[in-house]
Design a protein around this ligand. Structure first.
Ligand SMILES: Cc1cc2nc3c(=O)[nH]c(=O)nc-3n(C[C@H](O)[C@H](O)[C@H](O)COP(=O)(O)OP(=O)(O)OC[C@H]3O[C@@H](n4cnc5c(N)ncnc54)[C@H](O)[C@@H]3O)c2cc1C
Length: 302
């Protein structure tokens, strides 16, 4: 991993820098990656994307919440969001992070918040995807997922290809809807591959395994080689379009997003909104430090 990438991921967790950077949203060009601040703005954007043929998943930005008030607020926003999705009959589900619901404060409290959301999601018929965060949160996330998925069938989670253990996890979760990703956090060599080549190789194995296991597979990547691999694998084994989808992040590689759609594939865009964009934005810069160029251009334009 490059020093710049490591530095950006370090910044994504740094509270002091966060407070300085947050005041400069406009200059930094955050709106390239974030679809507004309010539920109304987010749903308008989803409607616009649905009209173009994209499915969506909305992410109310926020993570590593430290107060019960903030975790309860995030829970209420997710419930309002579910009602908004249902009212507008949007082709959209919700992605959320357990630390946003209070995982780091009290796991029982977090579970209560999650159950309230899942209850409402079940009522309105919307799917909930639990994002995967850094390695420290992996075990608690999987434990809660395994505990609740029997009661709430309308949920799935995420497995990250950069972790050594992930093929095993995909196998364990063979009956459930999984989003497969490369992984976005700064992880120790003891638990995660260093070399991109190794992550990519395991990513392909996970895709093949989960497709073959037969549960729903979301392949979330902008990597043309992984997309090509998936397309030829599903064609060769004649998997039905009902069993998988591609996913990409709002604002990243829109050219590729349109191409996949034009090929008749299903593609879901991950659409973040809200004020707490700092960690999300820094991880996007770290994935492609060339994005810093847009930030620099933005600064000099003002
Ligand atoms: C829908 C979705 C949900 C995700 N959920 C999670 C999650 O729950 N947990 C988690 O750890 N990670 C998650 N991720 C992030 C993921 O782990 C990767 O960090 C991210 O997708 C970049 O990896 P890549 O597969 O696109 O391949 P890479 O090899 O990183 O990139 C391939 C190509 O994609 C383009 N690209 C990639 N990233 C960017 C960027 N930021 N800006 C511009 N171009 C870019 C570039 O052209 C690059 O060459 C998610 C990703 C997606 C698409």
């Amino acid at each position: 991993m490059s020093i710049l990438k490591k530095f950006l991921l370090f910044l994504s967790r740094n509270g002091k820098i966060r407070r300085i950077v947050e005041k400069r949203k406009k200059i930094l060009g955050v709106e390239r990656f974030v679809a507004g601040e309010t539920i109304e703005e987010a749903l308008n954007q989803v409607e616009h994307l649905n009209k173009q043929g994209f499915s969506c998943t909305l992410d109310y930005l926020g993570e590593n919440t430290v107060t019960r008030e903030d975790a309860s607020l995030a829970t209420m926003v997710c419930i309002d969001l579910l009602q908004g999705i249902a009212q507008r009959q949007a082709n959209c589900n919700i992605s959320l992070k357990l630390t946003q619901l209070g995982l780091d404060i009290d796991s029982v409290f977090c579970e209560e918040n999650l159950c309230n959301i899942l209850e409402e999601a079940q009522r309105v018929g919307v799917f909930i995807r639990i994002d995967m965060e850094d390695y420290v949160r992996l075990q608690p996330t999987l434990a809660l997922f395994n505990k609740l998925v029997h009661t709430y069938a309308n949920m799935g989670t995420v497995i990250q290809a950069y972790l050594y253990r992930s093929l095993h996890d995909v196998n364990q979760l063979r009956n459930y809807s999984l989003r497969l990703v490369k992984g976005a956090y700064l992880e120790d060599q003891g638990v995660a591959f260093r070399r991109k080549k190794d992550t990519d190789e395991q990513f392909k194995q996970m895709i093949a395994l989960h497709l073959t296991q037969g549960a729903y597979t979301a392949i979330a990547t902008h990597d043309p080689k992984i997309i090509e691999f998936t397309l030829s694998y599903v064609k060769k084994h004649q998997f039905s379009l009902d069993g998988y989808e591609f996913q990409m992040l709002y604002g990243i590689r829109p050219d590729l997003q349109r191409r996949i759609l034009a090929e008749g594939e299903k593609i879901r865009l991950y659409v973040p909104f809200g004020r707490d964009w700092y960690g999300y934005f820094l991880r996007r810069l770290a994935e492609r430090p060339a994005n810093l160029w847009f930030v620099v251009k933005g600064i000099f334009k003002k």
